[in-house]
Design a protein around this ligand. Structure first.
Ligand code: CP
Length: 317
């Protein structure tokens, strides 16, 4: 594996989940695979889970890990070619990327959508420059349009908790005070569309996601109807994707918050969220603290999803 940016990079998805669950049984089984290999994790944005779980995954495989926070201690990077660099940006990304690549064997990158230019975001301008110019395998630790490590961990969690062969999985928009990226819902849809699940998306009108990820999945605008008999409720906020509202908040309607009444419509369903979560905006205290909430178990599986990707990349070096 040279890149991990979407579900297709995993090949056979059932096989990938099986491999992840095997790793979970003994996460130190490949502790020599990464000997004398270096993982560089580059963050343009903040993180708790991705930072810790990916570093831990590398350590489980015997790798050395380096973390670079671009906005804390590194030079400010210019990302546009042709710019006269007479402003506050000290270094161009076209030198910085191959230099970073020279110090490591594998690169993980976090670079969120900026919501300044839809084309730049949806062509994954930063991520693709790392893939093109680093000379090293690159995986997304949440880029502009996708968060595949999260979606893979979500699928592993669903596999562990499902009580039926083909569970009903509902991804629901929920309100948030800030304009959040579409990366998590895009990747969740990308993965659910390839998994053996009955997948339904519910959101207010105007929050339609890119068809590249939705791929004809069922959209139900009535949230309560969507939640009926659900086995998994995956809540997430995202800003508008469609023009002319790209990157904007169209609603903060708290009637979309997941509460006990909504969960009672499900088939004793589990509550999931990628975290961090705004309580009593996305989900009530009661629901997230209930036995049906599996958000911590889901976050714990981030270590397993990252380790599966790193293992495959190490095996292919
Ligand atoms: N879910 C997730 O990626 O968490 P962090 O932003 O804390 O890494």
């Amino acid at each position: 594996m040279r890149t991990f940016t979407n579900v297709k990079d995993l090949g056979d998805l059932n096989q990938a989940v099986k491999e992840a669950l095997e790793i979970k049984k003994n996460r130190f089984a490949y502790k020599n695979l990464g000997e004398n290999k270096t993982l560089l994790m580059v963050f343009f944005n903040s993180s708790l889970r991705t930072r810790l779980s990916t570093q831990k995954a590398g350590m489980n495989l015997g790798m050395n890990t380096i973390v670079l926070d671009i906005n804390q201690g590194a030079w400010k990077l210019e990302t546009e070619r042709g710019v006269i660099m007479d402003g506050d940006k000290t270094e161009h990304i076209l030198e910085a990327i191959p230099v970073m690549g020279s110090y490591c064997d594998i690169i993980g990158l976090r670079a969120f959508a900026k919501y300044e230019n839809k084309e730049d975001d949806y062509t994954e301008k930063i991520l693709n420059q790392f893939i093109k110019y680093s000379g090293k395998p690159v995986f997304s630790m949440e880029a502009a349009t996708g968060h595949p490590l999260q979606a893979f961990a979500d699928l592993i969690t669903i596999e562990e908790y499902k009580k039926k062969e083909r569970p009903k999985v509902v991804m629901t928009w929920a309100p948030h005070p800030k304009a959040l990226p579409q990366a998590v819902p895009n990747s969740f849809a990308d993965f659910m569309n390839e998994a053996n699940v009955d997948f339904v998306i519910t959101h207010p009108k105007g929050y339609e996601l890119d068809e590249k990820f939705v791929r004809g999945a069922k959209i139900e605008y009535d949230q309560k109807k969507a939640l009926e008999k659900a086995d998994f409720v995956y809540a997430k906020n995202w800003a508008a994707y469609t023009d002319p509202n790209y990157g904007q908040i169209l609603s903060k309607d708290r009637s979309w918050t997941i509460n006990t009444e909504k969960m009672s419509l499900t088939d004793n369903g589990y509550f999931m969220h990628c975290l961090p979560v705004r309580r009593n905006m996305i989900v009530t205290d009661e629901v997230i603290e209930s036995p049906q909430s599996i958000v911590v178990q889901e976050a714990a599986n981030r270590e397993i999803s990252a380790q599966t990707i790193l293992k495959r990349m190490l095996e292919n070096l």
